[in-house]
Write a protein that binds this ligand. Structure first.
Ligand code: ADP
Ligand code: MG
Length: 729
């Protein structure tokens, strides 16, 4: 009898939905109460300090020491009044999760009395013991320590510390002592500055009032929920975040009934609960629904400025994990926790907003603004075309490897979907031959720009299989992994678009200097761009085999493995690009590449070890016991002279035995292959060995184990089954 599995099932089945009570009746009363928001600052700071902070938030400027002291004091009083005992610089190291080191406000005054203390210097800068965070060699090369620095553009917030008290969390960057970025936020902020500058300069051709462009991001987060007891009974989920074995359930997602179904009560309680907490933290969560796969769900907040949206997503993931514990769940953010069932992505809805309140990727009813809209669309398409491989690199990870190109998620081929109407408008523009203008002509009408806007707005065609789709007023990058930090992708997207916009301006200027009329010059440059990048556009089924063949014909990359995808970071063009835009220097790009490789190696290594352990110590041992049982049965039948009846029993024993032999042989070979990989000193070679050799054994071993699951008595099967993990709620 598989005690662990059946006890876990009993626990899971006995759980009831927890009652959840709204903080107060009106959302507006508790929204953001746990954040040190602009409103709180306005109330607590002197007008001068407030202005300086507001300025720093808007322009990313520095803050003087005396202002920092005042802010620190206000922050401390506010936090302590709300029950905070500790503070921490909260940052996002390249491991992919968030990190914090808590310090107490508590201090002793010279007279020995207890006081609460928090100085400006402690707010602005901290030195966590950084030696255990990945640095890709940066700290070794430069200096042993790293430090964290306050990012005033993301508001400080309060987190429950689990023991009744709260911790004040201060969003921060994390850099080496010599100034190299060791985190996601630092280059992200630089990429945001780069695109602001480049896009604003382009906007100036169309509207002089635009002096700031802010990229916006709305992250739809997909996830699975598994009962905590069942989770603990699956060592692969605990250690690797995904199931390495498990036969598909009789009923998977083929009925597609989960998507439209009602949310199970226990899940609903969990959602309502974490949403309340998220709203208190100022995370504008808005939608919740079931996803396609059984046990899969989605949460999406309203879009925000990119840096804030990413902090909020990271915080939301932490929060969901914490609240899930209370409800007896575990949240899986892994890209592909269950084979044969949809994986989880993080759809990055991205656009550009201006200080004048305009969405640059939103069609307008004014022909003049339509030209600007088209200009931004075409430049984004060109950027994605020219740097598709870099975009692919930005989403490369061991987990996402299972999702990309796995016949359900966006493929590993980067393509852009624009929709019929917009494509037609661009085709028309491209085919327009030289336009001659007479006096009094309306250039926008002549260009046909008056007809486009309403068409696009009325036309909501969608393509769910495109990795990078225009969805009416934004682009949706769907290939980002569910467990990823979106900054990795946003750094690349902002950088490539910024670079493209700079190029656009240069090409435009060349024509303007020749005396061309501005609107016509814009159209001419866009025509060229469109022609040069058209092959990246694809409107059909991105999951189909035809597309793979077609993409190859078009010369588009289809980079399947993570180590291959990551290599693109090291190309001289990539290093130049990041340096040119002042986003990352050479050493920082290299370090990131090394860290991603290291993460990949460790991931596959852990999976391989867990796989070997489960296969031999859980599955094979169970199979042997079962064979013994069957042998006794067969013998008894023979003793009873039931020779024929003993035949099928013997056949099962033979099949079990054959499968056990294959498993044993392949696990041993996998271990040997791992040893060879581990002996390599070059991390790129090691990663390749893991990707091409070690991983090759996974499918073979899994195939046999999953067959055994069908053969062995259900009472004895040691691993919680797919149907139990996916359907017990
Ligand atoms: P749909 O996928 O059906 O378009 P929504 O309209 O709800 O769904 O949008 C999905 C996500 O896109 C949400 O997080 C939403 O806030 C975000 N979004 C909407 N407009 C923008 C924008 N201008 N910039 C960035 N994200 C946006
Ligand atoms: Mg969507």
């Amino acid at each position: 009898m598989a005690y662990l599995r059946f006890n876990a099932l009993e626990t899971a089945q006995g759980r009831q939905p927890l009652p959840v009570i709204a903080p107060t009746e009106r959302l507006t009363d508790y929204y953001g109460v746990h954040t040190f928001s602009k409103e709180v600052m306005r109330a607590l700071l002197s007008p001068e300090a407030y202005l300086r902070i507001a300025e720093a938030i808007d322009t990313g400027g520095r803050i003087d020491r005396d202002i920092a002291d005042e802010v620190a004091n206000a922050l401390k009083s506010w936090a302590v009044s709300k029950g905070a005992t500790h503070y921490t610089h909260w940052f996002q190291p390249l491991t992919g999760s968030t990190a914090e080191k808590h310090d107490s406000f508590f201090d002793l005054a010279s007279d020995g009395k207890a006081i609460e203390k928090f100085k400006g210097s402690a707010l602005v800068q901290q030195e966590p013991d950084a030696s255990s965070f990945p640095s890709g060699g940066l700290r070794n090369t430069f200096e042993a320590r790293g430090y964290t620095g306050w990012d005033p553009s993301s508001p400080a917030f309060l987190m429950d510390n689990g023991a009744g008290g709260k911790t004040l969390c201060i969003p921060s960057v994390f850099i080496s002592y010599t100034g190299e970025a060791l985190d996601y936020k630092t280059p992200l902020l630089k990429s945001l500055a780069a695109i602001d500058k480049a896009a604003t300069a382009v906007c100036q051709y169309f509207d002089r009032n635009i002096d700031k462009v802010t990229p916006t991001l709305g992250i739809e987060q997909e996830y699975f929920l598994v009962d905590k007891a069942l989770f603990v009974a699956r060592p692969d989920l605990v250690m690797a975040g995904r199931t390495l074995f498990g036969h598909s359930p009789a009923r998977g997602q083929q009925l597609e009934d989960h998507y439209f179904g009602t949310i199970p009560p226990r899940v609903n309680a969990f959602m309502v609960d974490f949403e309340f907490e998220a709203l208190k933290l100022g995370i504008p969560v808005r939608t919740r629904h079931n996803e396609v796969a059984p046990g899969q769900f989605e949460v999406a907040p309203t879009f925000e400025e990119v840096n804030l949206a990413i902090d909020h997503n990271a915080l939301l993931m932490d929060l969901m994990q914490k609240i899930a514990e209370k409800h007896g769940f575990k949240v899986l953010f892994h890209e592909k926790p269950f084979a044969g069932i949809n994986g989880s992505g993080k759809h990055n809805n991205w656009s550009l907003g201006t200080n004048t309140g305009v969405n640059l990727l939103g069609p307008s009813s004014k022909p003049k603004e339509t030209l600007r809209f088209i200009a931004f669309i075409v430049n984004v398409v060109k950027a994605v075309h020219d740097h598709a491989d870099l975009l692919r690199a930005s989403i490369a990870s061991a987990g996402n490897e299972h999702r990309l190109g796995a016949n359900e998620a966006p493929p590993a081929i980067m393509s852009v979907f624009l929709g019929d109407t917009l494509t037609k408008a661009l085709d028309d523009l491209e085919n327009k031959s030289e336009i001659s203008l007479s006096k009094g002509d309306n250039v926008y009408y002549k260009l046909g720009l008056n007809r486009i806007p309403s068409l696009i707005r009325d036309n909501t065609d969608r393509n769910r299989t495109s990795p990078f789709a225009f969805t009416g007023n934004k682009f949706e990058f769907r290939a980002v992994g569910g467990g990823a930090n979106s900054a990795s992708t946003m750094i690349v997207l902002n950088t490539i678009v910024a670079d493209q916009l700079i190029q656009f301006r240069r090409d435009l200027e060349a024509r303007l200097e020749n005396g061309e009329k501005k609107e016509l010059a814009v159209v001419e440059v866009l025509k060229q761009y469109y022609r040069a990048s058209k092959r990246i556009l694809f409107e059909g089924n991105g999951y189909s085999d035809e597309w793979v063949a077609e993409a190859e014909k078009r010369g588009l990359s289809n980079i399947k493995s993570t180590p291959d995808a990551l290599k693109v970071y090291l190309k001289p063009e990539s290093i130049d690009l990041f340096a040119r835009l002042n986003v990352m220097n050479h050493a920082e790009v290299e370090a990131r590449y090394e860290i991603e490789l290291e993460k990949y190696i460790k991931n596959v290594q852990i999976e391989s070890r867990v796989m070997g352990d489960l296969a031999i110590n859980h599955v094979v041992s169970t199979a042997l016991k079962y064979m013994n049982q069957l042998a006794t049965t067969a013998k008894s039948l023979v003793d009873l002279d039931m020779i024929n009846e003993a035949q099928p029993v013997k056949a099962i024993i033979r099949e079990l035995s054959a499968r056990v032999v294959v498993i044993k042989k392949n696990v041993e070979a996998m271990i040997e292959s791992r040893k060879r990989a581990n002996n390599l000193t070059n991390s790129a070679e090691m990663a390749r060995q893991y990707a091409t050799e070690v991983k090759d054994y996974f499918d073979v071993i899994r195939y046999e184990v999953d067959k055994l699951e069908l053969l062995i008595d259900d009472d004895d099967w040691p691993l919680v089954k797919y149907r139990e993990m996916l359907f017990v709620k």
